[in-house]
Design a protein around this ligand. Structure first.
Ligand SMILES: [Zn+2]
Length: 274
C-alpha cells in the first residue's frame, strides 16, 4: 500500500498539473459507484461541477484536493494510480474514476483491486478526527513523541501503524524506522529508553524525507506519472531482506509476524523492552 512518501510523490508530480483546473465532471466510467465513498455518484457529480482545484496536498495517506468550495479526499489504498494520461486500453476495466476538466484534459484513477475511495466534504473535520499527527510537521518533536509513547503503553509496531496516532506510516517504513532505532517491534511504547527515543525521532524524519527524495519505494506495484517507479527500494535495510545479513551486525534478518503484519527485524540489533 502506498505510504506517506509514495502519496507525497504522487502529489508532487500532480500538483503542478491539476492546480488551477476546473472540474467539468467526475464519473466512474465502469459504473463502479462504490468509489464515491460518502455520497451517490449523482450527488458527487453535482457537488463538484464547475469548481476549481485550488491546491493539491497530502494529509496522512490521503490526497487532498482543495476546491473553490469544499474538499475532495482520495485514498489510493492497495493499487490506486492517479494519472493525467490514460493507460493502455487493456487497463480500461480498472478505471475507477475519471475527472474531465474544462480545458478538455482529464485525470484518471485506475484501481486494479478497487479499494480506492474518494470523499467530498465541505470541511476536513472528519479527516482531522480520524488522523493523528503528521510526522513531518513542527508538532512532531522529541517531547511530543516521548510523552505520547509513555502515555499509550502499546506495542511499538501496531502503535506506529495506527493512523490515529501518527498519520502516514505503513509496513515498509515502520520496519525500516524501528531497525534504525534499534527498537524491537514488540517492545512496549512506555519502556523505550531516552537514547532510543532520540534515534526513533531522527529516523522517522530522515527515513521519510529520504524516501520522498527517491520518489518512494516500488516494492510490488507503486508507480506514478508515465510509469515511473520509486527508487527507495535500493535504500531499504530490512524490509524484504529476510535471510540476508544485517548491515549493522551481520546476523540474518528474520521475518516474524507482529499483529498480523509480516515484520522484518534483526534480533541482535533490536532488543525487546517489555
Ligand atoms: Zn543487526
Amino acid at each position: 500500500m502506498p505510504e506517506l512518501p509514495e502519496v507525497q510523490t504522487v502529489v508532487n508530480y500532480l500538483a503542478p498539473i491539476v492546480q488551477g483546473k476546473i472540474i467539468h465532471s467526475i464519473d466512474s466510467p465502469n459504473h463502479y459507484d462504490k468509489v464515491f465513498e460518502n455520497r451517490s455518484a449523482a450527488d458527487f457529480k453535482k457537488a463538484v461541477q464547475g469548481l476549481e482545484i485550488t491546491r493539491l496536498w497530502r494529509r496522512g495517506k490521503y490526497i487532498i484536493f482543495d476546491l473553490y468550495e469544499g474538499y475532495l479526499a482520495l485514498h489510493l489504498r492497495m493499487t490506486g494510480k492517479l494519472l493525467p494520461n490514460p493507460l493502455h486500453e487493456k487497463y480500461t476495466k480498472h478505471l475507477s474514476l475519471c475527472f474531465d476538466f474544462s480545458d478538455q484534459t482529464k485525470l484518471y484513477f485506475y484501481d486494479y483491486r478497487k479499494f480506492g475511495r474518494i470523499y467530498f466534504s465541505s470541511t476536513l473535520e472528519w479527516l482531522e478526527e480520524k488522523l493523528g499527527i503528521e510526522p513531518l510537521s513542527k508538532g512532531f518533536n522529541l517531547s511530543w513523541l516521548t510523552q505520547s509513547l509513555a502515555q499509550r503503553k502499546r506495542m511499538m509496531k501496531p502503535l506506529l501503524l495506527d493512523q490515529s496516532f501518527i498519520a502516514g506510516l505503513g509496513n515498509i517504513y515502520v520496519d525500516e524506522i524501528l531497525w534504525k532505532s534499534n527498537i524491537h517491534p514488540q517492545s512496549m511504547s512506555d519502556k523505550i529508553t531516552k537514547k532510543k527515543l532520540l534515534r526513533l525521532y531522527n529516523s522517522v524524519q530522515t527515513t521519510l524525507l529520504d524516501a520522498i527524495a527517491y520518489n518512494g519505494t516500488t516494492f510490488i506495484n507503486f508507480s506514478f506519472g508515465n510509469n515511473r517507479t520509486g527508487e527507495f527500494k535500493e535504500k531499504l535495510n530490512v524490509f524484504g531482506k529476510q535471510g540476508q545479513p544485517c548491515l549493522n551486525c551481520g546476523e540474518k534478518i528474520q521475518k516474524i509476524r507482529v499483529g498480523q503484519r509480516g515484520t522484518h527485524i534483526c534480533n541482535h540489533c533490536q532488543k525487546l523492552h517489555m
